[in-house]
Design a protein around this ligand. Structure first.
Ligand code: DI6
Ligand code: FE
Length: 408
């Protein structure tokens, strides 16, 4: 690899929050070098090995500023058409989220708009959203389907998700969320819908290379534990990891179900009980906290953060970006909300969008700064790691690298 390669580089005079070892894993007066998209060395600048010195010619001088791993937004519904601003108004006038869904709005409103959009329209709508997340330091982005609810439509969404990653240069992980709402064609035939998703849609989309994981909306207005169980059995047979929208609006014991299938994550958890937490702890399932939807729905039940912490369940945080309950395009704002609303410490919040979020996607090659890890890193216009949770807006990356290649 030559010094001019686009996926090699060096940052000097940095404060590295490595997220390895204890807490932030801070290294002062440090340098970090990468080659072929992988971190090769990091440490005190005066100990830099000769093998890294050829990168000096085009080193970035951080002037003492903070470098973190690239942020990971591990729960989004980024690809859809239209928006739901009208429902936002209705909710503020007193109509509940569930009542809107039951009267044919909610998710189904977005489904109608998304079905009517072609692939290029969907891409054009989604790209600026992904760019907004990337501008805030996101280098790995999970995107769920779930707003077309037909085999071809879900494929269209997942293809758009993959294209976004290539166009912006970030790493996109796709999740099939067909059990999001019952499509109108299947009214009165719920069981047949679940069967079709399990036996036809999932194998077909998997064979097309469009599915990295499987999710479901386990809720009174979504799908039951029994229905989700069938989906998870089918996913496991294909070797696909699962995760679950669990216990957000009601306690259907979704967290325990997720744990039973060794889910990567159980997400939301506002209504999760002690048995659910114990099951997650035993299974190593990550708790995915989503303060954006808590805030937007003006929810008052808090996820059981103290109990999750006591049980040593890993906590991740994501935007849950979606048009209904979380129109939030800043993972940093989600970190701030996780601290202010859920009482995470800023240190927990940074872990939640780096190493714990990587865990929630089943990815071992990122989320920390260490030799051998992907060179996904952000140089911030900030000095202390707590600033990333503290400032509400304003702090932006000075430079972002994904797989060693500079994004901004
Ligand atoms: N994620 C979801 O899938 C639902 N809520 C959530 O947090 C529904 C999103 C929507 O209303 O479109
Ligand atoms: Fe969601």
């Amino acid at each position: 690899m030559t010094p001019t390669s686009t996926d090699s580089g060096l940052i000097v005079h940095a404060r590295l929050a490595t997220i390895g070892g204890q807490g932030y894993g801070l290294l002062e007066d440090a340098a970090i070098a990468w080659q072929d998209g992988q971190i090769r060395w990091l440490g005190p600048e005066d100990q830099m090995p000769d093998a890294c010195r050829h990168l000096r010619a085009r080193a970035l001088d951080a002037n003492g500023a903070l470098v973190t791993p690239g942020l990971i937004d591990a729960h989004t519904h980024l690809v859809f058409a239209g928006n739901r601003a009208e429902e936002f108004e209705q909710r503020l006038e007193g109509t509940s989220y569930e009542a809107i869904a039951q009267s044919g709005g909610g998710i189904m409103g977005t489904v109608r708009a998304t079905r009517a959009a072609d692939e290029e329209d969907l891409l054009a709508a989604a790209l600026p959203r992904a760019r907004a997340l990337a501008a805030d330091g996101v280098t790995t982005l999970e995107i769920k389907s779930g707003y077309a609810l037909s085999l071809d439509g879900e494929a269209k969404i997942l293809r758009v998700a993959r294209r976004i990653g290539k166009l912006i240069g970030i790493d996109v992980r796709t999740t099939l969320l067909a059990l999001h709402a019952l499509p109108p064609e299947y009214q009165g035939r719920r069981s047949e819908y679940v069967d079709d998703v399990c036996t036809r849609w999932l194998p077909s989309l998997h064979a097309q290379g469009l599915v990295d994981g499987v999710d479901a909306f386990c809720e009174g207005i979504g799908f039951s534990v029994q229905e989700v169980r069938r989906l998870f059995v089918a996913a496991k047979q294909l070797g696909l990891p699962v995760k679950l929208h669990a216990d957000q609006l009601s306690n259907l014991h979704g967290a325990a179900l997720a744990a039973e299938f060794n889910a990567l994550s159980a997400d939301h958890l506002e209504c999760t009980d002690d048995a659910g937490i114990a099951a997650m702890a035993a299974a190593g399932t990550t708790a995915m906290l989503l303060p954006g939807s808590y805030y937007t729905l003006r929810e008052t039940r808090l996820p059981p953060v103290a109990a999750l912490r006591d049980a040593k369940v890993r906590m991740a945080v994501a935007t849950d970006f979606n048009p209904g309950t979380s129109p939030l395009l800043s993972l940093r704002l989600a970190m701030n909300m996780a601290c202010t609303l859920f009482k995470l410490t800023p240190q927990e919040a940074l872990l939640a969008v780096t190493s714990h979020a990587a865990h929630a996607l089943g990815l071992q090659d990122r989320g920390q700064l260490a030799p051998g890890m992907r060179a996904d890193l952000v140089l911030w216009r900030a000095h202390t790691p707590a600033e990333l949770s503290y400032w509400i807006g304003g702090v932006q990356p000075e430079a972002t690298f994904c797989g060693g290649v500079r994004l901004s």
